[in-house]
Design a protein around this ligand. Structure first.
Ligand code: SF4
Ligand code: SF4
Length: 111
């Protein structure tokens, strides 16, 4: 299990992501795991876990999230949205994370 050092956390990260997707904040996610249970990508890539990524955002793990390959694996199918009791659309979050990763230089957009 990876240790999270909260002195390295960025508390503004969750608010930035939330404002970009039009929510006040992402906190309403209560980590029920329904999204992860229906995600087709998760069936193929075990490490891909929308619930975990949201949790990392809430914890302020900006660098870890934006530098992760995992944010590029969402196929925007919205299966998770259809089962989320809190109406969270992870596909929108994934798109914003991808934009932020590009804008903040976490990926090289030159091929
Ligand atoms: S289904 Fe919704 S509330 Fe449950 S863990 Fe996923 S995003 Fe959070
Ligand atoms: S929208 Fe993304 S996270 Fe949600 S079920 Fe589809 S692939 Fe998984």
């Amino acid at each position: 299990m990876k240790t999270v050092f909260l002195e390295n956390a960025d508390p503004s990260f969750k608010h930035e992501v939330a404002s970009k997707i039009g929510l006040e904040e992402i906190k309403p996610c209560y980590t029920c795991g329904s999204c992860t249970g229906v995600c087709p990508v998760r069936e193929i890539i075990e490490d891909f876990d929308p619930r975990r990524l949201i949790h990392m955002i809430v914890l302020g793990m900006r660098k870890e999230v934006l530098s992760s390959d995992l944010i590029w694996f969402c196929c925007f199918c919205n299966s998770c949205y259809s089962v989320c009791p809190q109406g969270i659309k992870f596909s929108r979050i994934a798109r914003e994370l991808q934009r932020m990763a590009l804008d903040e230089g976490f990926v090289n957009d030159k091929f």
